[in-house]
Each structure stands twice: as C-alpha cells, then as structure tokens.
Design a protein around this ligand. Structure first.
Ligand code: SAH
Length: 343
C-alpha cells in the first residue's frame, strides 16, 4: 500500500500544492491548515467545514498523523500519560500536566524512541536507543493531545524520552512549527539536554530564544561522570564554560536541573560546591526530587536535605524552584518514561 500524505507539519504553501494537485482550491488548503493548527480535530470526518467530496479525497490520499494514541493513563493529580504507536510499530510517550491555580497546560514530549545517553538513574536509559523521531512525529504529539482533550497546549517541554540535541534538525524544525503554526511562544518552550557541548554551541549561534535547561545533577566532574557517561566526553568544567558563553550570546538565563538523590548528590557540601560552580553562570536552579523506580537503587532525598540544599543555593543568590512531582502513580514523572511495550 502506498504511504498516505501526512498533513500535519506542512506549511500553507505545501498544503496548497497538495490540494491543487488533487483538484482542490487554495481556499480549501487554508481551511485544512486552520483545522490542523488552530483547532486540532480527531479525524478528517470532523473537518465539517469542508465539502463531503473534499473530505472523501483527503481520506483516500492523506491522513492527519502517522501515529495513533494507543493508550492513555490518568494520574490522581490529573496528569495524563499518552502512549503513541508509530507507523513502524515503535512506541512514544508524552505527558500532559495541569497545575492548580495556573492556566498553563504543559506538555512534555519525546524526541527519540529510547535514549543512548545511559544516565545511571534514568528509566528511559534502560531501553537503550531505538531511533530518532521525525519532526512530524514530534509535532504530532501536541496535535494528538489537543485533539484528545479539546484543550490548547500552552507550554512545551522537551523532557520526554530521548536526548533532544542528538536529533537536532528535527528538534529545530518542530520548534519552528510550534511557534509559527501552533502559536506557542518561544519563551513557553523549554529544551532539556544532558550537556552536548557542540550542539549547545550551535544553539547559541542560532540565537535560540526558547529556554535551555541543563541536566547537571552533580556539583563536580568526579560525581557527574559516575552517574552520567556523557560527562566523560564533555566534562563538567567545559560544560559550564560553554553554558556561560551560551547565556552571554543569547542573553537568556539557563535552567540548571538537579535531581536530588539520597547520599549521592544531596549533601550540604554538594550544595556549596554547586553554588560556587554556577555562581557566574546566569541561571535559575530547578531541583527535582528523585522519582524512585523498580529498575534503580537510587533513593529520594530526605525532606531536610532538600530544604538545606535549596537554602544554600538561595543564599548564594540563585532563584531556586522545586519541581512539582506529577503523575508518579502512572510512571509519568521525570525519568520514568520507558514505554514498556518497546521491545
Ligand atoms: N535527555 C534530556 C531530556 C530528558 S529530561 C536531558 O537529559 O535533559 C528528563 C529529566 O528527568 C532529566 O533532567 C533527567 O535527568 C531527569 N531524570 C531522569 N531520571 C529521573 C528520576 N528517576 N527522577 C527524577 N528525575 C529524573
């Protein structure tokens, strides 16, 4: 069977060409465009402002997405975890989070199936690397969530499965589509990386306007390379240097992410050392409380060490937030995405 034309991810010009090639008008292309990006709909039949014949043509020649929602789990706290089945039978995951008292709807999306980075504490790492997602597959995650909930996603974080900077071109292309077509502002998009120096330099060259978050997780090279193999290739000191350059070039503060793990990186000394290491880096700190999982021996920190850690960083002049844990009961929290179906 011939592969159908995937509508999502296409520009108006591309849709116009497709529609003209199929005996339709430019006006119809514009209608399809609006249906795709301004009002995500579940299927072609729901594009009711199109004449029946146009919808029939579309159903024959095209499809909105290549992936489908395979499963959906809803947490006690309202977080929804989606499992998508891609055309090749692999599975991707995304998580939708709502916070009380905030109008924001934040989606956490994936850029790869599995991940090659091998961080010792992360469940996704256990899957190994399967493949990069295409930009269409990245964009579809937001579309399918919006079509499913009928709600507009306002914030996007690239913190699902995979290392976004290893899928650089598709990452950049998907961000362009989110900004231009889905109308999500650059400032409402965050890309999290484990610290690939050449790619961070590339982002700096692009004058990247979204937020860059760095999974630092340790206060020095010795501790970092024990839990994050990437640090053997791109060491701590050079990473901090590269981030300083990035912040100067883009004028944007980076977010330092730090997963607190009991007796690994949560001591008073760790906090002091971290404060010194990032003192000259324009940054905010986001502390993440370790999410325990059955595949790992790491433990959550004690409440007392979390508070001390936060206090020491604040006293050094940093703005510190503690990431609210979402969806842990459905394995949707940070570091828990492992699409158990992937073989
Ligand atoms: N590869 C990118 C994107 C993943 S973001 C990166 O490393 O930044 C997911 C975040 O959750 C990362 O900061 C990751 O280090 C963190 N994480 C992984 N396992 C975790 C766990 N069990 N508990 C809390 N955070 C975890």
């Amino acid at each position: 069977m011939d592969k159908k034309y995937i509508l999502l991810g296409k520009t108006v010009a591309e849709l116009e060409k497709f529609m003209l090639d199929n005996a339709q008008t430019k006006y119809r292309a514009k209608q399809v465009y609006n249906r795709l990006y301004l009002k995500s709909v579940g299927d072609i039949d729901s594009m009711t402002d199109l004449p029946l014949a146009t919808r029939e043509m579309l159903k024959e020649k095209a499809q909105i997405c290549s992936a489908v929602i395979k499963d959906k789990q809803i947490s006690k706290d309202g977080t929804i975890k989606y499992l998508f089945e891609n055309q090749d039978g692999t599975y991707s995951e995304a998580v939708l989070m709502r916070f009380d008292n905030r109008a924001n709807l934040t989606a956490c999306i994936s850029t790869q199936v599995g991940c090659p980075m091998g961080c010792s504490f992360c469940a996704t790492a256990k899957l190994g690397f399967i493949r990069n997602l295409s930009y269409e597959e990245i964009v579809q995650q937001i579309y399918l969530i919006q079509a499913d909930t009928g709600l507009k996603v306002t914030n996007i974080v690239f913190m699902g499965q995979g290392e976004p900077l290893l899928n650089f071109d598709n990452l950049i292309k998907s961000i362009k589509i989110f900004r231009e077509h889905f109308q999500v502002g650059a400032r409402r998009i965050t890309v999290s990386t484990c610290g690939l120096i050449p790619e961070i330099n590339k982002l700096a060259e692009l004058d990247f306007q979204s937020t860059l978050a760095i999974s630092l997780h340790a206060p020095n090279q010795k501790k970092r390379e024990e839990i994050m193999p990437v640090s053997k290739k791109y060491d701590f000191e050079n990473l901090i240097k590269c981030l300083k350059k990035y912040a100067d070039k883009t004028g944007r503060r980076v977010t330092v992410e730090y997963v607190l793990m009991k007796d690994i990186n949560d001591s008073v000394n760790d906090a002091k050392e971290l404060a010194i290491a990032i003192a000259k880096l324009k940054s905010n700190v986001n502390l993440i409380i370790y999410n325990e999982n059955e595949k790992s021996h790491y433990k959550k920190p004690l409440k007392e060490s979390i508070q001390k850690f936060k206090y020491i960083l604040e006293a050094s002049g940093k703005k510190v937030t503690i990431r609210l844990e979402r969806g842990a009961d459905i394995d949707a929290a940070c570091g828990q995405l492992s699409a158990k179906f992937n073989k």
